[in-house]
Design a protein around this ligand. Structure first.
Ligand SMILES: NC(=O)c1ccc[n+]([C@@H]2O[C@H](COP(=O)([O-])OP(=O)(O)OC[C@H]3O[C@@H](n4cnc5c(N)ncnc54)[C@H](OP(=O)(O)O)[C@@H]3O)[C@@H](O)[C@H]2O)c1
Length: 341
């Protein structure tokens, strides 16, 4: 094993039950994991709390690890050890990293990551931006790729003020695609307009569904990206022109998608799902390679992540509750090594 110096034990946030109670996520002293062949050990600089993490700790996400487990699907840091010759080149480098789904995550001082799931960070990318290099940037890129592939020229998205929604807005502008943005608060409408959005509709206003339908028909919208689910999926489907497709990629409302059957039967609408893990799973074709080349060049620019708080692992309860409220204000990061013992 090639290494630079690191201690034998570390602090990590350990999840003991999928019940969402603060007591079930506690700082625990545990051995620093050893990288096997094809893996590296990363000293974590920053790790975000994403909606997927909030669902994961409550047992509602598409992945469940055997407990106890350390959550955290992505992060950034410095490679301090490699389990094989191939990883040696990365020792001492700053990387963005994604642990394997079955292994412990990034909410810890150290994390073991497959070599192929580390991306060296360009000098202009801060540890904080690098920490969110994967989940949202790659999803935004992949969703835009689906729009491109389907030759869609006009799109609509829900939860448009989210980090991912703002990334989609920038990518759509670059691609010269028309984008209708659905938000749920007046402040979000104002924020998106300041960022240059032309079409913004507020779902909390009266006659929302009809207004959305009119604007989408006027602009010929054929594709919807939905992160909310519940009645929103049906409202988006109803707004599309005949033959349109809704891609559901999030369930922020925590409700089942509700769509009137007439949309399928009489209007030939379709509903599909998107999960980034599936986009990358077991496939390393042209699309994945293009994403790996293109996304890093857009990071910190078109694919920028707003950050609002940095907290130590010891403040997990507070961090999760900030992350779950007023999500538009930006990401909450754990910075496990910022305060030394
Ligand atoms: N399928 C995939 O592979 C994949 C990959 C990446 C992300 N995602 C999903 O993409 C979505 C956005 O992620 P993000 O990290 O960009 O989120 P984020 O930055 O944390 O922002 C979440 C946004 O959603 C809004 N929101 C929350 N609950 C809502 C509800 N019930 N109805 C309408 N709006 C609601 C928030 O508004 P407030 O400020 O008003 O709360 C905020 O603007 C999440 O659902 C996430 O799970 C999926």
């Amino acid at each position: 094993m090639t290494t630079s110096a690191f201690p034998k034990t570390m602090r990590a946030l350990c999840l003991t039950a999928y019940d969402g109670r603060p007591e079930s996520l506690q700082v625990t002293e545990m051995p620093v994991p050893k990288p096997a062949a094809g893996q590296v050990l990363v000293r974590v600089a920053a790790a975000p709390i994403n909606p997927s993490d909030l669902m994961f700790v409550r047992g509602l996400y598409g992945v469940k690890k055997a407990l106890p487990a350390v959550p955290g699907f992505e992060g950034s840091g410095t490679v301090v050890a490699a389990g094989s010759i191939a990883g040696r080149l990365l020792v001492g480098r700053r990387v963005g990293c994604v642990p394997a789904p079955t292994m412990d995550g990034t909410w810890a001082e150290y994390v073991v990551v497959p070599l192929g799931q580390c991306i060296p960070l360009l000098p202009r990318i801060s540890d904080e931006q690098g920490a969110s290099f994967f989940v949202n940037p790659f999803s935004a890129w992949a969703l835009m790729e689906l729009a491109r592939r389907g030759k869609h020229r006009a799109l609509v998205q829900s939860a448009a003020a989210s980090t991912l929604g703002r990334m989609l807005q920038k990518l759509a502008r670059k691609e010269k695609l028309t984008l209708v943005n659905v938000v749920r608060r007046a402040e979000q409408e104002e924020m998106l307009r300041k960022l240059g959005a032309e079409h913004v509709v507020n779902s909390s206003e009266p006659e929302f569904a009809e207004r959305l339908r009119l604007i989408c028909h006027e602009l010929g919208v054929t594709l919807a990206f939905d992160a909310v689910a519940g009645p929103m999926t049906g409202q988006l489907a109803g707004a599309l022109v005949d033959g349109g497709t809704v891609i559901v990629y999030g369930g922020l409302s925590e409700q089942e998608c509700r769509i009137h059957p007439k949309e399928f039967i009489f209007h030939r609408k379709k509903v599909e799902g998107f999960w980034l893990s599936e986009f990358f799973k077991g496939r390393f074709g042209k699309d994945q390679l293009r994403a790996l080349v293109e996304v890093p060049t857009l990071l910190g620019k078109d694919l920028e992540t707003p950050i609002r708080a940095r907290l130590p692992l010891e403040s997990a309860g507070e961090a999760l509750s900030i992350a779950a409220s007023d999500m538009t204000a930006g990401k909450v990061l754990f910075t496990p090594n910022a305060t030394k013992r």
